[in-house]
Design a protein around this ligand. Sequence first.
Ligand SMILES: NC(=O)c1ccc[n+]([C@@H]2O[C@H](COP(=O)([O-])OP(=O)(O)OC[C@H]3O[C@@H](n4cnc5c(N)ncnc54)[C@H](O)[C@@H]3O)[C@@H](O)[C@H]2O)c1
Length: 252
Amino acid sequence: MAEGRLAGKNALVTGAGSGIGKAISVLFGREGAKVMAADINEEAASSVAAQIEDSGDEARSLRADTSSEDEVRAAIGAVVDAWGRIDILVNNAGIGGQQYTWDQVIAVNQSGVFYGCLHGLAQMQKQGGGAIVNTASMAGLIGAFVPGFPGGFGYAYIAAKHGVLGLTKQFGLDGAPHNVRVNAICPGWIDTPLIAPLKEAQPMLDWAVQNTPMGRLGRAEEIAKAALFLASDDSSFMTGAYLVVDGGYTAR
Ligand SMILES: NC(=O)c1ccc[n+]([C@@H]2O[C@H](COP(=O)([O-])OP(=O)(O)OC[C@H]3O[C@@H](n4cnc5c(N)ncnc54)[C@H](O)[C@@H]3O)[C@@H](O)[C@H]2O)c1
C-alpha cells in the first residue's frame, strides 16, 4: 500500500493539465493518492498522469470540460468506477484574461465549481465522507486597483471567484453533518501559463511583483502544499473556510 499523507485516498483534480492543477496532481500522487487528472485539454491531462506514473505513483486521466454539468458528473463517476469511491475533489479548472467573455468565465470559474461541489458532495455523502478543495483566488476577496485598467482582474473573474467562496461556505455547511469538508484556496499572483499575458507586459508584471509584499510571484508547488493540507486529515476541523496564499498581497 502507498505511503504518504493521502495514502489510500482517491482524488479527482480538474484543470490538472497545467500550472496549479498539475502541481497538485503530482504532489497528491507523491503523497499516496490515486489521481484522476482531468482537463479540457486531454493531451495535457494524459501527460500529467504519465508523469505521475513514471514516478511510481498511480494515476489516470480523462477529458472533462467543467463548464458542462454532465462532464463534471461523469468525471466523478469515472473515479468511482475506477477505484470504488472519491475521497478528494479539487475544483481547480479556471480561465482568465481579456480574451474570454463574461459568460465563458462564469461558466468555467463559477458554474464549474458549483457542479463539482454539487455532485461531489452527493457522492461523498453516499459513501460517508470526503474533502472538496476549490481553487478560488485573492480575486475572491478583493478587487484590484490597477491604474488605467478599469475592471482590475476582470469583472467576471472577480465575480466568479467571490462566488466560489460563497459556494465553499454553503457547501461546507451542507457537507458538515455528512463528514464532507469543503474549503478553498486563495492564491495571489502565481507563475503559471494563466498569467502569461501579464508576463508579456513588463510594467504589469512589475506592478504585480511590487504590490506583493514578498516581492516575487508564487510557485504552483506552493499552492499545491496548501491543497494537500486541505485535502488531508491535517485539516480535519476545517470546513467552509479558505486559506490565503498570496505573499502578503491582501494583507496590505
Ligand atoms: N496563476 C495565478 O496567478 C492564479 C491566481 C489565483 C487563482 N488562480 C486559479 O488557479 C486555477 C488554476 O490556474 P493556473 O494558474 O494553474 O492556470 P493554467 O492556465 O496554468 O491551468 C489551467 C488549466 O485548466 C484547464 N481548463 C481551462 N478551462 C477548462 C475547462 N472548462 N474544463 C477543464 N479544464 C479547463 C486548462 O486546460 C489548463 O490546463 C484557476 O482556477 C485560476 O483561476 C490562478
